[in-house]
Design a protein around this ligand. Structure first.
Ligand SMILES: *Cc1c(COP(=O)(O)O)cnc(C)c1O
Length: 368
């Protein structure tokens, strides 16, 4: 052991040392369909104005700590109910960490519950906050297993339940009545976080239901809508609950460039909404094309990605990569996802290039 190894052994938590790094594939030269990004940029005629606004930002100053103007724009443009506000995160990943930090009580281990397969950050963040993570498998058709969910809530009394709506990586919307039952079941003992990262595509939301559920947090992000690069998430909840989370938030967690870019984008939200509409239309085409391919099963999606199953997802993913198309092989993530691949819906051209590469990959793997 070297000196630095001994230092790490003496100081870094064993569970952190044991965990594998979050690997992000190098995408240069690839058609990038692995991260649910919007393929479209803001139109060129807006670039100059955006540039001027960014140039005018006071980079020498800390952000205005209240973020009042950006919060106001979000509340106005994105359907936050009257009497409710939001807090902002450096991506919704940070908001998840804030929720877990605020609920990871010290006197006994608290539990985070989520149906699985789920967004991986729910488990990671719970672990890093020192919480137990309990994953309850979905049914074979990716619905909430309600008897198992009720039993898990009774047994583990989770401090936080995460439900992604639509779910990542499966793409489907859970039944809203089932979700409402679980939120009620948690009652005063647990917080239900509805993660609506894909709301721009699903166009259905729990946001308007906030007043009905005192223990509900609705979390969203601008990432999948088309601004993944600026890293901005937001969440709303009963004001008293939100105030507790706000204490845990680092004071200047959203930088001024993000703030300016987000305010600018929200002034042009119609453009982003139109992009989401065309991605939805492209999803319908891509789903039909996938379903028409022999050896492919495609699942229902309300998000900007599709999940599909092939005979050998690892081989197909490798062949797609050799053809410079990047997708996510989920075959090893969870038994329910055996031989499943997730692909982001992109432009008609990129979708066609993906389909051609997939058809070639499937032909090769059946003939070789
Ligand atoms: C992508 C994604 C996020 C992360 O969003 P960021 O704001 O980019 O951190 C959160 N939740 C789900 C379900 C996602 O798929």
């Amino acid at each position: 052991m070297t000196s630095i190894d001994r230092l790490i052994a003496n100081t870094i938590r064993a569970d952190v040392r044991a965990v594998a790094s979050y690997v992000v594939a190098d995408a240069s030269g690839f058609i990038k369909l692995d991260a649910m990004e919007n393929p479209y940029q803001l139109p060129a005629e807006l670039h100059e104005e955006l540039g001027r606004r960014l140039a005018a930002a006071a980079l020498n100053r800390y952000p205005v700590a209240s973020y009042a103007s950006l919060k106001e724009a979000i509340c106005e443009e994105l359907g936050v109910p009257d009497g409710y506000n939001v807090i902002l995160g450096n991506g919704s990943d940070e908001l998840i960490a804030i929720i877990d930090t605020a609920t990871a009580r010290q006197d006994q281990r608290a539990t985070v519950l989520a149906p699985v397969p789920a967004f991986v950050m729910y488990q990671r963040s719970a672990q890093f906050a020192g919480m137990d993570f309990v994953g309850v498998p979905l049914t074979a058709d990716f619905a909430l297993d309600m008897p198992a969910m009720r039993a898990a809530i009774a047994q583990h009394q989770p401090a936080v339940l995460y439900l992604a709506y639509p779910n990542n990586p499966t793409g489907n919307l859970f039944d809203a009545a089932d979700m409402a039952e679980l939120i009620d079941l948690l009652g005063e003992k647990g917080i239900a976080v509805i993660d609506e990262a894909y709301e721009p595509f699903a166009q259905t939301s729990f946001m308007e239901h906030l007043p009905e559920f005192p223990n509900l947090v609705v979390m969203r992000t601008l990432s999948k809508l088309g601004l993944a690069g600026i890293r901005l998430g937001y969440m709303s909840a009963a004001p008293a609950l939100l105030a507790q989370f706000d204490k845990v938030r680092p004071p200047y967690n959203v930088n001024v460039l993000t703030q300016v870019a987000a305010e600018f984008a929200l002034e042009h939200i119609d453009i982003l909404d139109a992009q989401a509409d065309s991605i939805n239309a492209a999803r319908t085409v891509l789903a039909a094309d996938l379903a028409a391919l022999a050896g492919v099963t495609v699942f229902e999606s309300s998000a900007n990605f599709l999940l599909f199953r092939v005979a050998d997802s690892a081989a197909v993913t490798d062949k797609l990569a050799a053809a410079k198309v990047l997708v996510k092989n989920l075959g090893k993530m969870h038994p329910l996802l055996a031989n499943c691949i997730r692909v982001t819906v992109s432009t008609p051209d990129e979708n066609a290039a993906f389909m051609a590469a997939l058809a070639a990959a499937l032909t090769e793997s059946t003939t070789s």
